[in-house]
Design a binder for this molecule. Structure first.
Ligand SMILES: NC(=O)c1ccc[n+]([C@@H]2O[C@H](COP(=O)([O-])OP(=O)(O)OC[C@H]3O[C@@H](n4cnc5c(N)ncnc54)[C@H](OP(=O)(O)O)[C@@H]3O)[C@@H](O)[C@H]2O)c1
Length: 275
């Protein structure tokens, strides 16, 4: 099987999990739950026992995610939000808390990408990227942590990127946001540890979703990045779900301020293309 691809189905894999990985009775707010990675993570957390509050921009996509969760026998609610607007984030978190009476897990899986040479980026594009990918993430964490702090427990997982640690052409603004987010997660982990809130990140490599579809379309581009991945394949959204469940659950109770890179070995190779 190339790159050690999973042979177990998601539900099969999750039903055989040890108890400390279970999320029964927990309420998880998943931001970007209508997107490729957010939806896969929402389904996985639900399969591990969590109730899902799906938050994101497009109501139809959130509804689709909620329907998928319910079909799997778990409860789900949706609430549209604009990550660029801190007030709408605050409202969404309060709504989730009032509906479910608790908030145990926050997953920040929303975001936008700008693929453009740095010389051509406009101020408007910079502001939009930063307001969604960096400022938005901060205010989501703040709004969730204000609730979690009342209960003295909670876990936050944010999707960063390889661009937080390596430079990739035409992704300067995106990379600046992700680098900022990676640093933000460390600072929040330290500041909120005394409140019982753990803060960690997942750094995905190249995973095929609507955001990255454009780079899969061109044979030459696809071939060039596949050569940088030691496991020899791009990821699919289900490649992240084990890490998401781990970070959301008691199985990772002594872990905070860390990023798990799920990249088929891209970072470890230091950019050395496969022969
Ligand atoms: N795919 C990868 O290879 C990869 C690699 C590294 C990091 N990441 C990160 O992983 C996260 C998820 O990416 P993805 O690949 O799943 O992309 P995606 O399929 O495009 O999903 C992005 C999600 O973000 C939501 N969103 C965008 N703007 C928003 C706003 N203003 N307010 C609220 N929600 C907003 C979208 O909502 P709508 O559905 O309503 O538009 C969508 O649900 C992002 O942070 C991305 O940077 C992805």
């Amino acid at each position: 099987m190339p790159g050690g691809a999973n042979t177990l189905g998601r539900d099969e894999a999750i039903s055989s999990m040890p108890k400390s990985f279970r999320l029964d009775g927990k309420v998880a707010v998943v931001l970007g739950a209508g997107g490729g990675l957010g939806q896969a993570i929402a389904f996985a957390l639900a399969s591990a026992g969590a109730e899902i509050v799906a938050i994101g921009k497009t109501p139809d996509r959130l509804t689709q995610t909620c329907e998928g969760v319910r079909e799997n026998g778990q409860q789900a609610w949706s609430y549209p939000v604009d990550l660029a607007d801190p007030q709408s984030i605050e409202k969404a978190m309060s709504w989730a808390h009032v509906q479910r009476g608790r908030l145990d897990i926050l997953v920040n899986a929303a975001g936008v990408q700008l693929r453009k040479p740095a010389l051509e980026v406009t101020e408007e594009e910079w502001d939009r990227m930063v307001s969604i990918n960096l400022k938005g993430v901060f205010f989501c964490c703040q709004a969730a942590a204000r609730i979690m702090a009342r209960y003295g427990t909670g876990t936050i997982i944010t999707l960063t990127s390889l661009t937080a640690v390596i430079g990739l052409s035409s992704l300067s603004v995106y990379g600046a946001c992700k680098g900022g987010v990676a640093q933000l997660m460390k600072a929040l982990a330290v500041e909120w540890a005394p409140m019982g809130i753990r803060v960690n990140a997942i750094g995905p490599g190249r995973i095929r979703t609507p955001m990255t579809e454009v780079v899969f379309q061109k044979d030459s581009v696809r071939e060039s990045f596949l050569r940088l991945i030691p496991l020899g394949r791009a990821g699919n959204p289900n490649d992240l779900v084990g890490a998401a469940i781990f970070l959301a659950s008691e199985a990772s109770s002594y872990m905070t301020g860390q990023t798990l890179y799920i990249d088929g070995g891209w970072l470890a190779s230091g950019g050395n293309a496969r022969a």
